[in-house]
Design a protein around this ligand. Structure first.
Ligand code: F6R
Length: 261
C-alpha cells in the first residue's frame, strides 16, 4: 500500500486527477470506478477543469458507480446518479450510456437480478482500471458497513444509524435518508486494478488509521484495501494525524525511486 500525505484537500484533488489523467492517456478504453460523497468532489472539479482546458477527454471512458440509495425517486438530487451527473459526468464528454449505477432502474425483487447484472457489466467492460474510494466514519467502503463480508459482491445493504446520521446533512432530515442501498461488494472493489482512497479532514483521521494500520477486519471494511497489491491512500495532513507511521509514509513518498510513477 502506498500512503501519500499532502498538505491540503486541493493538493489531494490534483494528485488524484493526475493519476486519472495518466490512465486516460495510457488505456484506449479506460474504465473508472466512481465514488460519490464529499471526498472526491475536488478531484471531479479538477477533472472538469482539465477537460474544459482541452487536456483530457472521457469520450472513450466507461464508469461504474460504487453505490446507490434504494427508494429515492428518479432524478432526486441526492441520488448518486444525479450526484455524478451534476459533479462530473454531465460536465465532461463521457457518453451517458457508459455511466453505470448499481441497481439501475430496478425496483423490488428485480434488484437482486440487477446486482448480478452489474457484476456482469463490470466484467464485460474488462474490469475497473482505477477505483476511487472514500471512507466512512465507521470505516465503511462503498456502502459496505461494518461486518460486511470481505468477499462480498454487489448486493443490497442496510445502512447503520451512524451513516444515516452522517449523510443526513445532504437531506432535509434524518427521516429522508434511505435505509437501504445497493453497493459494490468488497470483493467487487478488490477486483479493480488500482484502488485510490481519498480522505481529507480531521474527522477521517481515526478511520484512516484503522484502515491503513489496524487489523484486517470486517469491523473496518476499508481495512480490506490491505489485501490489494496496488492501493494508494491519498490524504491531507489532518486525515493523516492519527497514523503512527506518518513520517515513514512521507519519507517513502519523498524518496520514491524515479522509475516508479
Ligand atoms: C460514496 C461511498 C461512501 C463514501 C463515504 C465517505 O459513493 O461509497 O463510502 O465514500 O461515506 O463519504 P464522504 O466523502 O461524504 O465523507
Amino acid at each position: 500500500m502506498e500512503v501519500v500525505i499532502l498538505p491540503d484537500a486541493d493538493a489531494v484533488a490534483r494528485f488524484v486527477a493526475d493519476s486519472i489523467e495518466h490512465l486516460l492517456s495510457a488505456r484506449p478504453n479506460p474504465v473508472l470506478g466512481l465514488a460519490t460523497g464529499s471526498s472526491p468532489l475536488g478531484t471531479y472539479a479538477e477533472l472538469v477543469r482539465r477537460h474544459r482546458a482541452g487536456v483530457i477527454t472521457f469520450a472513450a471512458a466507461t464508469a461504474f458507480l460504487l453505490d446507490e440509495y434504494i427508494g429515492l425517486p428518479v432524478g432526486h438530487p441526492e441520488s448518486y446518479r444525479a450526484f455524478i451527473e451534476t459533479h462530473f459526468a454531465g460536465q465532461v464528454d463521457i457518453d451517458p450510456r457508459n455511466v453505470h449505477v448499481p441497481g439501475g432502474t430496478a425496483v423490488g425483487a428485480a434488484l437482486d437480478k440487477a446486482c448480478a447484472q452489474y457484476e456482469a457489466d463490470i466484467r464485460a467492460a474488462g474490469g475497473v482500471d482505477l477505483q476511487l474510494l472514500g471512507i466512512g466514519a465507521d470505516g465503511h467502503l462503498g456502502f459496505n458497513e461494518p461486518t460486511s463480508s470481505l468477499a462480498s459482491r454487489t448486493r443490497i445493504k442496510t445502512l447503520t444509524d451512524r451513516t444515516r446520521h452522517d449523510n443526513a446533512r445532504f437531506f432535509d432530515g434524518l427521516d429522508d435518508v434511505p435505509r437501504h442501498v445497493v453497493t459494490q461488494g468488497i470483493g467487487t472493489i478488490l477486483d479493480a486494478r488500482h484502488l485510490v482512497l481519498i480522505a481529507t479532514g480531521a474527522s477521517k483521521a481515526a478511520p484512516v488509521a484503522l484502515a491503513v494500520e489496524g487489523p484486517l477486519t470486517s469491523m473496518c471494511p476499508a481495512s480490506a484495501i490491505q489485501l490489494h497489491p496496488t492501493a494508494t491512500v491519498v490524504i491531507d495532513e489532518a486525515a493523516a494525524s492519527q497514523l503512527t507511521l506518518a513520517d515513514y509514509f512521507r519519507d517513502t513518498f519523498a524518496h520514491k525511486p524515479r522509475w516508479q510513477s
